[in-house]
Design a binder for this molecule. Structure first.
Ligand code: MLT
Ligand code: ZN
Length: 463
């Protein structure tokens, strides 16, 4: 006997693809967090904007919650459906709709995979510069929903900088066309920017116009081994002053051990506590000499212990793998993840406080740090010891996150730099946003989604 609500949906949209098989419910009901047991009502795979609108109107009438769904590579539970929600997967809406050479924009459907966007931009001699390791599976709609960052933020900024226009379906089922690709548009509130990073709680992105830009000049990739934590920001300041950085990423010896165990190739002999992968413009001989001089200066100062410059594209890819392979190398351990940020100038003081806190709170637990240190963004992955039960482990991590949240508050930082709040961080939102601000955020949500059908329970506790 089919669920009467689904029968009604099928009556309204006879051609809508609806999945209810247990394997599909599990597949589409979870994201990369793997903490919650998926339990959606069904999976809807609309093929058009009109179908999305009908589904949202049906959800209002039937009081069914909707979880908008892209590649489900999220790390904060934003796309988890564990409470009888309808998963609205945008994976069939995955086409490039238009390229405009004059405007230098690419208009796409939301389910398109980031790597496909990169390839489409390249085919026109341009780039879409937002990039990170999940590029092969994450979708542009999800990138927009979380204002995704990644490894090139230091040069290009977050997703927010690269959205020229959006079409969204609100919680009422209305279609909004936001900004229409304008560079200049001083005509009131910018709802396009409001939608970016709203984690599917204000509207469902059904079309996006992305800004493209020129490819960067030829670059070099360098791996550095560092003797201590203080050296991290010393090297960063030196390199940023002397070179045109495209990326500046760090990881620890613990992270390296996992990536090497996962098949990556060691690039520097010896054991060092910290490593940096950096990429910078290397247009000509003087630029390459400047990079070498910066490296030698860091070596003389004792900020760097060893280093290697990639001599080929294959070697550059191998160095990048040491950083980009970390998440995958830890995935089977299902780490508890913190994703925090402070202003760049606050990084050294924050790192000291944070290191002391984690050493005190996790004395017997393996903690792995890596991230986008040049953006003030640090990923902290905590690994559950075999002899600690899952529940006790999560409880301990939540306790430490509370302490970390107040450390962040002292340093003016954020509890979520680029992964979003979702389910994982909603209890700590107030460490980053004031009570008045959260009340206003909830008020805004009511305007765009009066019946609270869009991704309820995410971002805020209890709504
Ligand atoms: C990364 O920087 O590799 C991603 O944000 C993924 C992660 O934190 O695991
Ligand atoms: Zn990251």
């Amino acid at each position: 006997m089919p669920d009467p609500r689904l029968a009604e949906l099928s009556r309204r949209l006879p051609d809508l693809r609806l999945l209810t098989a247990p394997g599909d419910l599990e597949h589409y009901g979870r994201d990369w967090t793997r903490r919650w047991t998926p339990a959606p009502l069904a999976i809807a795979l609309p093929a058009s904007v009109e179908e999305v609108q009908v589904i949202v109107r049906w959800a209002n009438e039937q009081q069914v919650a909707i979880v908008p769904s892209g590649g489900r590579t999220g790390l904060s539970g934003g796309a988890v459906a564990a409470n009888g929600e309808l998963v609205l997967s945008l994976e069939r809406m995955d086409r490039v709709l238009d390229f405009n050479a004059v405007d230098r924009t690419l208009t796409v459907q939301p389910g398109i995979i980031l790597q496909t966007v990169h390839e489409a931009a390249r085919s026109h001699g341009l780039i879409y510069p937002v990039d990170f390791a999940a590029r092969g599976s994450c979708s542009i709609g999800g990138n927009i929903a979380t204002n995704a960052g990644g490894i090139r933020v230091i040069r290009y900024g977050n997703t927010r900088e690269w959205i020229a226009a959006l079409k969204v379906v609100t919680g009422n089922g209305e279609l909004l066309e936001l900004n229409r690709g304008l560079i200049k548009n001083s005509s009131g509130y910018d709802f396009r920017q409001l939608m970016i990073g709203s984690e599917g709680t204000l509207g469902i992105v059904v079309e996006a116009t992305l800004k493209l830009t020129d490819p960067p000049p030829p670059s070099q990739v360098m791996l550095l081994a560092l003797p201590d934590m203080d050296a991290l920001m010393q090297v960063f300041e030196l390199f940023r002053e002397r070179l045109q950085l495209q990326a500046f990423e760090f990881f620890t010896d613990h992270a390296l051990a996992h990536v090497l165990a996962h098949g990556a190739q060691r690039a520097i002999d010896g054991d060092y506590p910290y490593y940096v992968v950096t990429e910078f413009d290397a247009v000509d001989e003087p630029a390459r000499d400047a990079a070498l001089a910066a490296f030698e200066h860091a070596l003389e100062q004792g900020w760097v212990s060893d280093g290697v410059i990639a001599q080929s594209e294959a070697q550059a890819a191998a160095l990048w793998r040491l950083r980009e392979g970390i998440t995958e190398s830890l995935a089977s351990r299902r780490p508890y993840k913190n994703d925090v940020s402070v202003r760049i100038s606050a990084v050294p003081a924050f790192l000291h406080d944070m290191q002391a806190l984690l050493a005190h709170e996790y004395p017997q637990i393996e903690v792995i740090w890596f991230g986008h240190i040049g953006d003030g963004n640090l990923h902290i992955n905590v690994l559950r010891p075999d002899d600690l039960a899952e529940e006790a482990f999560i409880a301990q991590c939540e306790h430490v996150t509370k302490l970390l949240a107040s450390t962040l508050q002292r340093h003016g930082g954020s509890i979520s730099a680029e992964h979003g709040i979702g389910l994982v961080k909603r209890a700590y939102l107030e460490s980053t946003r004031g009570a008045e601000e959260i009340a206003l955020m909830q008020g805004v949500r009511k305007v765009f989604d009066p019946n609270g059908v869009l991704n309820p329970g995410k971002l805020f506790v209890g709504s």
